[in-house]
Structures are given as structure tokens and as C-alpha cells.
Design a protein around this ligand. Structure first.
Ligand code: ATP
Ligand code: MG
Length: 394
């Protein structure tokens, strides 16, 4: 019965001359999401509305699931399309719509009509009244309630007519591609995939970088990160994932610096290399999954010291979240099950028993001087041997 979806999107920030950019990005993202759905679709914008119309048989569940992942969609309505718009056809279709959509007819309703076609022989009030009348005749359990109807039957008459009454919630946010691109530091943990999701929800396209330390981190740990990127890419579109060989840098720091400073120094090198790639790929920010106080390397002092190596803004959307709040989101977006697979990440192997919790920038900078002999070469080598993997949802 439903042959189309009316897409509702937020109005904030999309007024004026940027509106068409927003709409075009939304159309593009919807098309991308529907590529993986069984069926053929046309996605169009007309008169300030975006529609998805099925051109073939399609899988309704798969389609609604895909639309629920498209940032920028506030809600969407499954729509019945009527090719004929004369009042007798509208009556027939309104009856068919209620029959098909509501097995139990014990509810109150109101018909709300909009006319795009001003030459139509009836005005919108008259159309609503006639359709209400025929529905009451046909289904005796129905009641009209013009103030607080349980079902609002929307009818739009243009060159064709659209009938709908149901609204399915979308994720909100802004379409990916409307807010530039940022580089996500993606580990195999719970937090960073959620951080990437949250920033992408505001319209930011995502690239990612993972620091791999073979043989201390296994192929399975790397695969886990790829799998996480795959899940995140359901929402963000394809992700260019850089896999950096971090072993030599890590070993060198381990050899030269105090063990309690290892993590913080390592984090600083991760940020430096991430920023290098970010600049190279036109990213204008970095994203991490850090949250104040979660671990020793995320105290406010440690965050300040980590942050000091970056010129680029670092987005930390989870900064004030409790772990449980992050977990709840990870479950919701579908990354949690993969994140908790037990493969080691490169930080857990070298962590000291008592890492510094209140590092001083001067002290850490001084420690890093001990690396001066080889570190530039190691960083260059890590950059030169980085592998780029294009990760897609399917
Ligand atoms: P996560 O759950 O995201 O792994 P975490 O709680 O384990 O976070 P840390 O290991 O201190 O926290 O890492 C903090 C942030 O640094 C991560 O959220 C991530 O953005 C980045 N990060 C840490 N390790 C790596 C890595 N191996 N590759 C890429 N980014 C990393
Ligand atoms: Mg981690």
C-alpha cells in the first residue's frame, strides 16, 4: 500500500541560501543508504519537501531501517500515492488507506488536507469534510475529534495525491557532508566509535586512523577496528581508514622514557600523526573518545598535555559522559557487541601499573627530548608505511 515516504527534516540552521545545499546532501545520503535495500527508488525534492518513491516492489522493513540511519531525517511518513485526484478516487483511497493501516478502527481521527493544485474544484476544508464523512459511513467505530485526534489523516493534493498518517522517528542531526570532514582516532574500544557517530550526526564526514602495533596487537584486533568502522559507516557513508604501524614508535618510547609516562607520550604521538593525516586529507578537526577522568590518560591535566601537540580543534563529544551513558549509546548504534570482543589494543600491553595522573606539560616535553635521536625518522616511517582501507557498510 505504501509506495513512498515523505521525509521530514529539521529547519534549524538550514534557512536562507544554504537550504538547497542541505537538501541536496540529504538526498545524496538517502540515495546512499537505499543502495543496500532490496528495491528501486527515486529520491526527489520538490516544493521544500524530500520524497522517496519506490519504483519497484521493495522491502518495507529494510527501507525503514535504512531511513532511520540517515542523519538529517527528523521523521518520515509512509505514504500512499493516488494517481487520480478526483474526489471519488480520493474517497476510495482514503477508505483503502484506513482499512489497510488500522486493523482496529476504534480511534478518533481528523482529516487535514493541503492543496498544491489551486485549480482543484473543492477547497481543502471541503475535501477534508467529504473524506471524513465517507470514513464515518464506512467504519462505524470511528469518531471525529478535531481538537485531539488519535489519528491525523494527512491528504495532499497536487498533480497526484498523497495520503499518510504515520510518522516514524529518524535520528535527527544534519546530513553527512554539510559540515566538513574530521579525522576520528578509532581504537577497538567502546568509546571512539560512539564519538565518531556523534560528530557525524552533526553533518561531519568521517575519516579514521587506527594505530596498530603488531605483533603486540593481532590481526584480529585490526579486523575488529575494521568491523567497527563498517558499523559506523552505516550512518556516515564510506570511511577511509588509515592503519598506522605504531610498534616501532611505541617500543622506542618504552625504551627511552619512564614507564609511567609511556601512555601519555604515546597518546601525543598518536595525535601528532592523526593531525598530519588530517591535514593531508582536508580534515578540519580531530575526534577522540576521551571522557574526563575515565582513565589516567584522561584526567583534565592529561587531556591538556595531550591536546598541546595539536593545532587543529579536537572534538571530544563524550567528554562529560559517564561510561554507562557511552555504553548505552554504543548498544543503540550497534557497536557495543563488537567493541567488547576481547582482542587487546595497543595501549593495554604497555600500560604501566601506576601511570602519571597529573602530568605537567614541561616535564613531558622534557621526557620527549630523550627521543630526539630517532623519533622523527620513526614517525616518517610510520607515515610512509600506513595502509589505507576504504570501509563500506556492505
Ligand atoms: P576507546 O574505548 O575509544 O578505546 P579508551 O577508553 O580505551 O577509549 P584510551 O585508550 O585512553 O581510551 O584512548 C582514548 C582515545 O584515544 C580513544 O577514544 C581513541 O579516540 C584514541 N585511541 C586510543 N588508542 C587508539 C588506537 N590504537 N588507535 C586509534 N585511536 C586510539
Ligand atoms: Mg582504548
Amino acid at each position: 500500500m505504501y509506495k513512498a515516504f515523505l521525509i521530514k527534516y529539521g529547519e534549524i540552521g538550514i534557512k536562507g541560501k544554504n537550504r538547497h545545499l542541505f537538501e541536496d546532501a540529504l538526498v545524496k545520503q538517502i540515495k546512499n543508504a537505499l543502495k543496500f535495500v532490496d528495491g528501486e527508488f527515486k529520491v526527489t525534492k520538490e516544493q521544500g519537501r524530500v520524497y522517496v518513491e519506490a519504483l519497484s516492489e521493495f522491502d518495507y522493513e529494510e527501507t525503514t531501517a535504512a531511513l532511520k540511519n540517515v542523519f538529517g531525517i527528523v521523521a518520515f511518513c509512509p505514504v500512499m500515492i493516488c494517481d487520480k485526484t478526483d474526489i471519488e478516487s480520493l474517497k476510495e483511497n482514503a477508505v483503502r488507506f484506513i482499512e489497510g493501516s488500522y486493523p482496529d478502527k476504534n480511534f478518533s481521527f481528523k482529516v487535514h488536507t493541503r492543496r498544491g493544485d489551486k485549480h482543484y474544484p473543492l477547497d481543502s476544508m471541503q475535501i477534508s469534510a467529504l473524506l471524513g464523512e465517507v470514513l464515518l459511513e464506512k467504519f462505524s467505530e470511528l469518531k471525529v475529534d478535531v481538537h485531539n485526534p488519535e489519528v491525523m489523516l494527512e491528504v495532499e493534493v497536487r498533480s497526484r495525491a498523497f495520503i499518510y498518517s504515520q510518522e516514524i522517528k529518524g535520528p535527527g542531526g544534519m546530513p553527512v557532508g554539510t559540515a566538513g570532514k574530521a579525522m576520528l582516532l578509532l581504537s577497538g574500544g567502546i568509546d571512539s566509535p560512539v564519538a565518531g557517530y556523534m560528530v557525524a550526526k552533526r553533518g561531519v564526514k568521517i575519516d579514521a586512523v587506527y594505530f596498530h602495533a603488531p605483533p603486540y596487537t593481532s590481526e584480529r584486533a585490526k579486523q575488529k577496528v575494521i568491523d567497527l568502522a563498517k558499523i559506523v559507516s552505516r550512518y556516515t557513508g564510506p570511511i577511509y581508514l588509515k592503519v598506522v604501524n605504531f610498534t616501532d614508535i611505541q617500543m622506542y618510547i618504552y625504551e627511552k622514557c619512564k614507564h609511567e609516562e609511556l601512555t601519555i607520550i604515546m597518546r601525543r604521538y598518536m595525535m601528532r600523526i592523526a593531525e598530519y593525516f588530517a591535514n593531508e586529507t582536508q580534515c578540519i578537526g580531530l575526534i577522540t573518545g576521551e571522557s574526563i577522568g575515565q582513565v589516567a590518560s584522561q584526567t583534565t591535566q592529561a587531556l591538556a598535555v595531550t591536546n598541546a601537540v595539536c593545532d587543529m580543534p579536537v572534538y571530544r563529544p563524550l567528554i562529560a559522559f559517564d561510561k554507562q551513558e557511552i555504553i548505552d549509546r554504543a548498544v543503540k548504534i550497534g557497536t557495543y557487541e563488537t567493541s567488547i570482543l576481547p582482542y587487546e589494543d595497543c595501549c593495554t600491553i604497555f600500560v604501566a601499573k601506576h601511570p602519571v595522573t597529573k602530568p605537567q606539560r614541561k616535564t613531558i616535553e622534557k621526557s620527549e627530548m630523550k627521543l630526539s635521536e630517532k623519533i622523527d625518522e620513526l614517525v616518517k616511517n610510520a607515515i610512509d608505511t600506513t595502509e589505507t582501507i576504504i570501509v563500506r557498510a556492505q
